[in-house]
Design a binder for this molecule. Structure first.
Ligand SMILES: [Zn+2]
Length: 216
């Protein structure tokens, strides 16, 4: 086996207990790097992590998982960059078809689709490009679609104190498509309606109508 590389700062390897799950030189799980853990996972999947195609896989997987969950360290306010403005109008603002890519927290498999975000301003609006950033902030975490939908609505509510917020997400879940029930064409649709979107059927209808309308 290839010699194990260690960064100088990592603690010395502790002896592996007989029958222990860790591989030689790995030390305790807590001391292992994400790369070490992915390498071990590959072994348990019956792979040889030293073969050419897999040699850099532990690093790539560790980096990509860090990227895909980076939203957990962010608050929606961090992504706004102060782009909240005073504005008098009270017409509905809708940004639809925002691409969503997230990871289901039950299987660590992607779910992806489109988010539609609407609000009724009450004195304040936010730069349009900031709504997709708010979506990303919550999508780049281990998620369930229901919570993602709610967190986006709550963030818009908190930032703008609007008269109402509506969020709809339609997504395909790879954990449903590739395993489990193996349904390729089903989509999960979740919605969260707050304020006037909840209490006023006409406001809600207007929003849903816009979602059904033609794309540009
Ligand atoms: Zn899942």
């Amino acid at each position: 086996m290839a010699p194990r590389r260690r960064s100088p700062s990592s603690p010395p390897a502790t002896p592996v207990p007989a029958g222990g799950a860790t591989s030689a030189g790995e030390g305790s799980l807590a001391a292992a790097t994400s790369e070490d853990l992915v390498r071990e996972l590959l072994r348990r999947l019956g792979e040889d992590p030293t073969r050419e195609g897999l040699r850099k896989t532990p690093l790539r997987v560790a980096q990509s998982l860090a990227y895909l969950t980076a939203g957990a360290a962010k608050a929606p306010k961090d992504v706004l960059n102060g782009a909240v403005f005073e504005h008098d109008a009270d017409e509905m603002v809708v940004v639809r078809d925002i691409e969503v890519y997230s990871l289901c927290e039950h299987h660590l498999l992607p779910f992806f689709g489109r988010a539609h975000v609407a609000y009724l301003p009450r004195g304040k609006i936010v730069g349009l490009s900031k709504l997709p950033r708010i979506v990303d902030c919550f999508a780049r975490r281990l998620q369930v679609q229901e919570r993602l939908t709610m967190q986006i609505a709550e963030a818009v509510e908190e930032i703008l104190a609007p008269a109402g917020v509506g969020v709809v997400i339609e997504a395909a879940h790879l954990c449903m498509m590739m395993r489990g029930v193996e349904k390729q064409n089903s989509r999960a649709v979740t919605s969260c309606m707050r304020g006037r979107f909840r209490t006023d059927a006409r406001t809600r209808q207007e929003f849903l109508q816009i979602l059904r309308g033609p794309t540009v």
